[in-house]
Design a protein around this ligand. Sequence first.
Ligand code: NAD
Length: 492
Amino acid sequence: MSDLRHGLDRNLIDGNLVASSSGATFETLNPATEDVLGVAADANAADMDAAIAAARRAFDEDVEGWTTDVGFRARCLRQLRDAMQSHSDELRDLTIAEVGAPRFLTTLAQLDSPVEDLGYIADLAENYEGWKQDLGAATPAGVPSHRWVLREPAGVVGAVTPWNFPHQINLAKVGPALAAGCTVVLKPAPDTPWAASALAHIAATETDIPPGVLNVVNSSDHALGAMLSSDPRVDLVSFTGSTATGRKVMAAASESLKRVFLELGGKSAFIILDDADIAAAASLAAFTACTHAGQGCAITTRLLVPRARHDEIVEVAAATMAALGAGDPNDPGTICGPLISARQRDRVEDYLRLAIEEGGTFATGGGRPADRDHGFFIEPTLITGLDNSARVAREEIFGPVLTVIAHDGDDDAVRIANDSPYGLSGAVHSADIDRAWTVARRVRTGTMSVNGGVWYGGDVPFGGYKASGIGREMGVAGFEEYLETKAVATPA
Ligand code: NAD
């Protein structure tokens, strides 16, 4: 087993772990301490060009049978899973240090779940019945013919990812793309390069993934993501990040008419109906909003409460958030760690000032925790006194901030939930499961939790309606995003 500590300042291009061609590096920080952890290779346009060329060549030349041999690909993905699992202690420490991810989350979506899901995607690809589908005989235009539908790899995938759940998002793209027979250039977020360097190092040194099939290009320069979206050698760009950047990716991709897959922002509603277990629902809403300091696109950040129960719900939610506080991500009991960067903390603080300007009040929180003089921490914050027209109720804040909005019954709750540019996730709580289902169906969003049910899983499609994205990640739908469709007819 290789030692990860000596491999994190390298990119992976055409099977080689390499420094930037300019020799440049950039620092990665621990957001809980502001200490420099070390450096990553700072790729430039020439490095990205080499990575795209390698991925194109590996695909077009079917390197070692990659595009055609699903058994080989599944074996490589299981190797990758096993190798990552054998490094799980190092990867866990690295994820807590670099991402500021609370330790408890690394046993879930921050690390262990997406690594385990590589096995799911390997099984899915090997057992996929859609590779060759027999449509049977017909006589179109008087010609007796036998028709088939083939699914084939989409080609070279450019994967561009954010910093908030780096392993989850890197692997939810790389896993299905490789399983489908594509080749990949991964461009991770500059805030969390080491999560991707570790993947690159393990893939290069502990798996049989052929040269050029997986390329990992860290850079401090966002323009390298833009290169992937516009380069005609890339067939599909798979992007997760902000809606503003997603629009740029889609526009850049239009010139070469590449396929675009977008997982974007959210402003999801947690709806409490008037018959719900108020205390349980309110504390779950508060807990969810604090998780990973609110840096999750699918976190429910608007709390829609029956007007008559408003004050008691605010009391429970505020007490829960105050009790959770913001803490050291290394501590197994921490739910809310730091924000990723000073820039992100500035952005959240701007929104907290805006909440007051808009006429809101803080039922708890509202600033930096008094007991932390290092790290990019913000107190869990509950905003009250606003309606759904406030900017803090409409825009993604990406901090541990929950805005309470009163509703006047089920129809009104659905109206408010849907009165958003986004449609990524949501939750509803009611003592009556049928009533909760009715509301869940009416909210225009890609995922819904009913009475605390958890939808997250490798086999569950995840993605958004409206400005939250196009396409689905994970599950069968997430695998099929990386496939093309070919119809073939032979004489019957
Ligand atoms: P971001 O959009 O700033 O950056 C995401 C990635 O895009 C980074 O790798 C960045 O270098 C790259 N990039 C920047 N400009 C680019 C351009 N013009 N062309 C191509 N690539 C470019 O997002 P972020 O700040 O890293 O992440 C936070 C955002 O991501 C939030 O809005 C959050 O909701 C969203 N997000 C969405 C999901 C989801 O699945 N829907 C998951 C996680 C995060």
